[in-house]
Design a protein around this ligand. Structure first.
Ligand SMILES: Nc1ncnc2c1ncn2[C@@H]1O[C@H](COP(=O)(O)OP(=O)(O)OP(=O)(O)O)[C@@H](O)[C@H]1O
Ligand SMILES: [Mg+2]
Length: 303
């Protein structure tokens, strides 16, 4: 398998991911998905539905434009995969239909699709929700928690390359390593399309008026990536652990493509400048305070 989880003696959890790939975050509102993402990934690697809503309609809490927001999430994910980037999709991902879209996208690009399941007790989610500026309320969280229980069962039958369970205490215990394994295509070429791909793209946001149906009914963009590169082209790459992590640099065992993570010769992600690789702290909610609290009306609206 391309990515693995290991847990060492001090109970630290090391997760190895491939770039490019899709990483889906899955869990009810206020379980800590965005906090986790901010702690462990670069801001540009995170594609969040809240962010997309803000981009399309100026208000991340406005649930009327789900279709457009998810069209943006999907589109950006697709573009980034074509440029060999990691895509961390931050939404609740509580419906199989929603998850399937990303599984299919990953399959088309021949990249892994992994899911992080946030297993946080209901009362803790409610408590955290109450304490934050952008509250969604207990009823929404209760419904989403029920969906999450179902998801935990269903997701085993889905085609994820890896299911990574994140418990409450894992926020500081997880260490993410990213291995660069490019798909064969000219990254960074504006307008590049694989052979045979049409210039026309579908416009999911124009295909339906029912809330959410446009995205669900949308045909995937007609980009078919070329087959994966031969093994000789595989370039191992590792993202330096952030200074906030307490995990020591110990070699990960049992990985066929594992670089020497403990050695000084370990390749460094060329995307990270020295300053970027130094410290990543979790910005508090007060750093970007929302204007007012909105109640999210239902589970679907927060998919
Ligand atoms: N491990 C943690 N320990 C303590 N507090 C946490 C932890 N993770 C998140 N929080 C706090 O819980 C609140 C909710 O977290 P966050 O916004 O990341 O949840 P979310 O799953 O992204 O929610 P939503 O689905 O509504 O976007 C925040 O105020 C955050 O600071
Ligand atoms: Mg969030």
């Amino acid at each position: 398998m391309a990515q693995e989880q290991t847990q060492n003696e001090s109970n630290e959890k090391r997760v190895r991911l491939i770039r490019p790939s899709i990483v889906l975050l899955c869990g009810p509102a206020a379980c800590g998905k965005s906090t986790f993402a901010e702690r462990h990934f670069r801001p540009t690697q995170i594609i969040s539905s809240d962010w997309a809503r803000a981009r399309v309609c100026d208000d991340e809490r406005d649930q009327r434009f789900q279709a457009q927001a998810f069209a943006l999430v999907h589109c950006l994910t697709e573009i980034r995969l074509g440029l060999n980037r990691l895509c961390v999709v931050d939404s609740t991902a509580l419906t199989a239909h929603h998850r399937k879209e990303y599984l299919e996208l990953a399959e088309r690009f021949h990249v892994p699709c992994v899911v992080f399941l946030f297993d946080v007790p209901l009362e803790k989610c409610v408590e955290r929700d109450r304490a934050r500026h952008r509250t969604v309320g207990r009823p929404v969280i209760e419904r989403q928690h029920l969906s999450f229980d179902q998801t935990r069962t269903d997701i085993r039958q889905e085609r994820f390359g890896e299911i990574i369970e994140i418990r409450d205490a894992d926020l500081d215990k997880v260490q993410i390593e990213i291995i660069f394994h490019p798909i064969a295509q000219p990254a960074g070429m504006p307008g590049w399309r694989p052979q045979g791909a049409s210039r026309q793209t579908s416009r999911p946001w124009q295909q339906g008026t029912e809330r959410g149906s446009a995205v669900r009914g949308a045909k995937p963009l007609p980009i078919t990536p070329p087959p994966p590169p031969p093994a000789a082209q595989v370039k191992p790459e590792i993202r330096p652990p952030s200074a906030t992590s307490k995990v020591p640099s110990a070699p990960v065992t049992g990985l066929s493509q594992a670089p020497n993570v403990a050695g000084s010769s370990a390749p460094v992600d060329p995307l990270l400048s020295p300053s970027q690789s130094a410290t990543r702290t979790t910005p508090s909610e007060t750093a970007t305070p929302p204007a007012a609290s909105h109640v999210k009306p239902d589970d679907q609206s927060h998919a």
